[in-house]
Design a protein around this ligand. Structure first.
Ligand code: NAD
Length: 293
């Protein structure tokens, strides 16, 4: 079994991005500028945004963090989005999800100018992605593609089983891996909470991508010998031995599955760091007007 070390790979990619940004600066070009909007005090969201801002600094990007308490109204948040859309200094921005219950997330996503939608969630980017047109790819699926590509994992003709159909992971990665592209050209099965005998379906997968949010849902009995296993899940489980009282585990039972598969991503340190790197790659593209003029 080989470990797909997302932490090490993302560090390498960040070095590459930093080098490109240094060249852009030296030539007097447009330095990428990412803004992040954080609403409320959800600890996981705070830590994701912190890591995004730190990564910006590391790569020489400019960054702006807009923090609002969870009492903010939907219209106030829409005004912030409108300001960011109009601000010529901002190349791309994200509104960290989830948002408080009284705010309609899809309204906010739709309000973001698709040319600045570096999370790749706007329907224009999703539609362009589905048609194989240049677009900002959603960060987590983009990170998974990077991992597969850099590890030289053959995807063409393989059966990929995706578990979970969210708009941010399961659905887009199923589209991306079925596209006529490299990585891609997979035969994809998208499974979810209504799939019958899901273990038997997952066991068919040469490549298994788990994005459900249930700790250790996938055990060794569900994995074919030699499969490639990508674990997107990030779940907190109680752990008295840790100072903070919990530890992070994936949707895959790592210890069991690692003995059977050919490649596996750890949690933490697998897909998570790659997600941040993809956001930086999208922002770099936005600043250089690679996708939209
Ligand atoms: P979600 O929480 O929006 O949806 C869960 C999906 O899992 C649904 O499509 C549902 O149909 C499916 N599901 C639920 N129970 C199931 C069951 N018993 N059998 C089969 N399918 C079932 O999904 P999400 O936002 O993609 O998040 C999934 C996990 O991935 C979470 O743990 C989340 O924290 C993590 N995540 C990690 C990253 C990263 O960067 N590593 C990014 C996004 C999400």
């Amino acid at each position: 079994m080989k470990l797909l070390d997302g932490k090490a790979l993302s560090a390498r990619i960040k070095d590459e991005i930093a080098e490109q940004v240094a060249q852009i600066k030296a030539q007097g070009g447009n330095v990428p500028h990412l803004a992040a909007v954080l609403v409320g005090d959800d600890p996981a969201s705070q830590s994701y945004v912190k890591s995004k801002v730190n990564s910006c600094h590391r790569c020489g990007f400019e960054s702006t963090l807009i923090k609002k308490d969870d009492g903010i109204s939907e219209s106030e948040l829409l005004d912030i989005v409108a300001d960011l859309n109009d601000n010529p200094d901002i190349d791309g921005f994200i509104v960290q999800l989830p948002l408080p219950q009284h705010i309609d997330e899809s309204k906010i996503t739709l309000a973001i100018d698709h040319r600045k939608d570096v999370d790749g969630f706007h329907p224009i980017n999703v539609g362009r992605m589905a048609q194989g047109l240049p677009s900002y790819l959603p960060a987590t699926p983009f990170g998974i593609l990077q991992m597969l590509e850099r590890a030289e994992i053959e995807t063409s003709g393989k059966h990929c089983v995706v578990v979970g159909r969210s708009n941010i992971v399961g659905t887009p990665i199923s589209i991306l891996l079925s596209r006529k592209a490299s990585p891609g050209n997979c035969t994809v099965t998208l499974t979810h909470s209504r799939t019958k005998d899901i273990g038997a379906v997952i066991r068919e997968g040469d490549i298994v991508i788990a994005a459900i949010g249930i700790p250790h849902f996938i055990d060794a009995s569900m994995i074919k010998e030699g499969a490639v296993v990508i674990d997107v899940g990030i779940n907190r489980v109680e752990d008295e031995s840790r100072k903070r009282g919990y530890r992070l585990v994936g949707d895959v039972h790592f210890d069991e599955v690692a003995e059977k598969c050919s490649f596996i991503t750890p949690v933490p340190g697998g897909v998570g760091p790659m997600t941040v790197t993809s956001l930086l790659m999208n922002t770099l593209k936005a600043s250089q007007k690679e996708i939209y003029a």
